[in-house]
Ligand binder design. Structure first.
Ligand SMILES: [Zn+2]
Length: 489
């Protein structure tokens, strides 16, 4: 865990164009806390702590960043260890607490000429290039004369503390200095006292998260995609760094702890897989962990939301031994589980609500373990389980089993056990079994099947299971994540 400190300095003077600056470091998840409890009042009788609170609140209100603001005081120099480094401000272990106060020195170091405040930003390296901020403390120069007032800079009253605080809080969230635009993040303080469009644009760029790039849902199974010039880059995605490689972004939702295997294969591009958690922290990067130049990540992940980046190298590396930096790819998501896995949230055809839950899985050993992948010659079962809404139990109803092939053709299993194409008639819902619904319905979607006997050797099938009530034969309660069967040699 590499930590270092970046110090950012604000000097007194005046101002004027456009283009924000972010130093690339940011808080994972776009949020942190800040202790604003600086004691005492300004010459005009206003509390320093109120000005600090309002400064941070303005960034909260006008940008995607989210501060938890705490009234209490914390010494910004706590955990700061004075030992020389090349930056002029020594590195320290930090205390993971963000504080603010006046001090006659920067925790023992000279402020330098006409410096009003210094924000000490502790960062930690992040594998995607832009580092994560782990702590930030503000030290205001107590040798300077401060007051709190509105309007233009007034040399008779000293410097308006409120706008210096607004500027320093910008550094806390990772904003750098702006040298041309009309902005609070100018390196010289002036007449501006509120966040300007340039400041807000900068913070938004930094904290929009991976919604800056189009996000597709990743279900277990496989998808084909392509990286083409004009697609999102890692630099755009993380809002910093220098990585201009192309990337597609997928969201993987896990309802329970799951062992996941991700593969990105391509015959033309050098595949790279990146796995991130919901705070955009990189969990793993793989370039050539799969067969040949393909990439693979195998990991047991706790329940939660993850981002999977189908990525490649930048052309700048000049290494073409593993293919190009653009082109088509195939992304495969597999799981291994000792039990059936959840099949997403419940949904319905007609919008009816239910508390039903759905799970499913593929087993080659009679239910001892589940996966979604079989070889063409393996014998397997596809099993599902429906927990029926209590209000629907004991009522006359029906079960539906449907299969969606890779060409998106939908088949429904009929009461004779045959999968038949779903025709134009969907009302009433074509059903598989008619029965009185129990509390739990265990469903065999395919029993003791061998894929090659269906002519399937390399394909992905998505299954859905659902149920309905005879009293409302147009309604079907089912789930939004298919039960996947992946057949591959
Ligand atoms: Zn500054």
């Amino acid at each position: 865990m590499l930590k270092w400190i970046l110090s950012v300095v604000l000097a007194a003077l005046s101002l004027s164009a456009y283009s924000f600056s972010v130093n690339g470091s940011k808080w994972p998840g776009g949020s942190t806390h800040l202790h604003v409890g600086i004691s005492g009042l300004s010459a005009s009788g206003k509390a320093w702590s109120d000005a600090m609170l309002r400064a941070a609140q303005e960034w909260n209100d006008k940008t995607p960043f989210d501060f938890t603001l705490l009234d209490s005081y914390r010494d910004p120099c706590n955990g700061y260890r004075a030992s020389a480094t090349s930056s002029g401000f020594p590195a320290g272990p930090g205390d993971d607490v963000n504080g603010a106060d006046f001090n006659s020195t920067v925790c023992g170091n000279d402020f330098g000429t006409s410096v009003l405040a210094v924000t000490l930003v502790y960062t930690e390296s992040n594998q995607l290039g832009a580092s994560d901020i782990t702590q930030a403390d503000i030290v205001f120069n107590s040798n300077s004369r401060f007051d709190i007032y509105d309007g233009p800079f007034d040399s008779n009253r000293g410097t308006d503390f409120a706008r210096v605080a607004l500027h320093e809080v910008g550094h806390v969230i990772g904003m750098g200095h702006e040298f041309s635009a009309s902005s609070i993040m100018r390196d010289r303080i002036g007449n501006l006292s509120t966040l300007q469009p340039d400041d807000i644009a900068g913070a938004t760029t930094l904290y929009q998260g991976y919604t800056r790039c189009p996000v597709s849902r990743l279900d277990f199974g496989r998808v084909t995609g392509a990286l083409n010039s004009g697609d999102c880059t890692v630099q755009q995605l993380v809002g910093g760094g220098t990585d201009t490689s192309l990337t597609d972004v997928y969201q993987l939702d896990l309802a329970q702890s799951t062992r996941v295997t991700l593969n990105m294969n391509s015959g033309s591009l050098d595949s790279v897989l990146v796995l991130m958690n919901s705070r955009s922290e990189v969990l793993e990067i793989d370039d050539d962990g799969g067969t040949g130049c393909n990439s693979q990540i195998v990991r047991t992940l706790p329940a939660g939301t993850y981002a999977v980046l189908a990525n490649t190298l930048t052309s700048a590396t000049g290494d073409t031994s593993c293919g190009k930096n653009n082109g088509p790819y195939q992304l495969t998501a597999r799981y291994d589980s000792s039990a059936l896995i959840g099949a997403g949230r419940n949904t319905s055809l007609q919008g009816g609500r239910s508390s039903a839950t759905f799970a499913g899985g593929v087993t080659t050993n009679g239910g001892a373990s589940f996966s979604n992948r079989v070889t063409p010659t393996q014998r397997f079962d596809v099993l599902g389980r429906i927990t029926v809404d209590p209000a629907h139990r004991g009522r006359q109803g029906f079960l539906v089993i449907a299969a969606i092939l890779e060409n998106n053709q939908v088949y429904v299993r009929n009461p004779l056990g045959e999968f038949v194409p779903l025709g134009s008639q969907t009302s009433p819902v074509p059903f598989t079994t008619s029965k009185i619904l129990g509390a739990t319905e265990d469903v065999t979607l395919l029993g003791q099947a061998v894929a090659s006997t269906f002519g399937m050797t390399d394909t992905s099938v998505r299954f859905l299971i659902g149920y309905g009530l005879n009293s409302n034969p147009d309604e079907l309660y089912f789930h939004d994540e298919p039960i996947n069967l992946l057949v591959s040699p």
